[in-house]
Design a protein around this ligand. Structure first.
Ligand SMILES: [Zn+2]
Length: 192
């Protein structure tokens, strides 16, 4: 499977207004029970995710589908390899964050839709989510630690929110300083 292209706010020193439009929109609910289009959308998001070795998670808007579908790794976070088994990821459709608790933790995050930058983001370490799985069954999930972070990141994509909206310190490669300084204003972020 060829690697699926992901949509990004900018690429190669240029902003991407068309792709940004979808990334910034609130994605719509998947119709329940799933129709053919819904099943196609879910499969497209999962296939895109499985085609990459560099994603911890993927939300439908990142492949141009403005629907409430996310998929993410549940283990082996440090391995940069394509996922080989169904036990390594989860799919959530129409997910709803029903509880946020636990201590908050600050950590740098990256995002395929914000290439070349990392941003310090503070997130809760325990969440509960209600959703449907890829077959349309109701699921209640609890996520903790790093996995809770990944799921919160993907959930935000469904409401058009990205890591750069958190106001945390932005880091980017020094050789791309001119572009990112123009994007993020006169206050350059910490450079790598
Ligand atoms: Zn992301």
């Amino acid at each position: 499977m060829a690697e699926t292209k992901t949509w990004a706010l900018w690429k190669d020193g240029k902003v991407n207004p068309e792709e940004a439009k979808v990334l910034r929109r609130r994605a719509s609910e998947v119709p329940v029970p799933y129709n053919d289009a819904a099943r196609r959308d879910i499969k497209a998001v999962v296939d895109s995710f499985l085609s990459r070795d560099d994603a911890l998670g993927l939300a439908a808007p990142q492949v141009g589908i403005s629907k409430r579908i996310i998929v993410f790794k549940t283990k082996n976070f440090n391995e940069r390899e394509r996922i080989k088994s169904r036990e390594e990821y989860e799919v959530l459709v129409n997910p709803r964050l029903v509880q946020v608790r636990g201590a908050e933790e600050k950590m740098p995050e990256g995002c395929l839709s914000c290439p070349d930058v990392s941003v310090e983001v503070t997130r809760a370490t325990e969440i509960k989510v209600r959703a449907l799985d890829e077959e349309g069954r109701k699921v209640n999930k609890r996520y903790t630690g790093f996995l809770a972070r990944i799921v919160q990141h993907e959930l935000e994509h469904l409401d058009g929110k990205l890591i750069i909206d958190h106001g945390g310190t932005v880091s980017f490669p020094k050789k791309k300083e001119a572009f990112f300084t123009s994007l993020f204003g006169g206050e350059p972020g910490k450079q790598e």
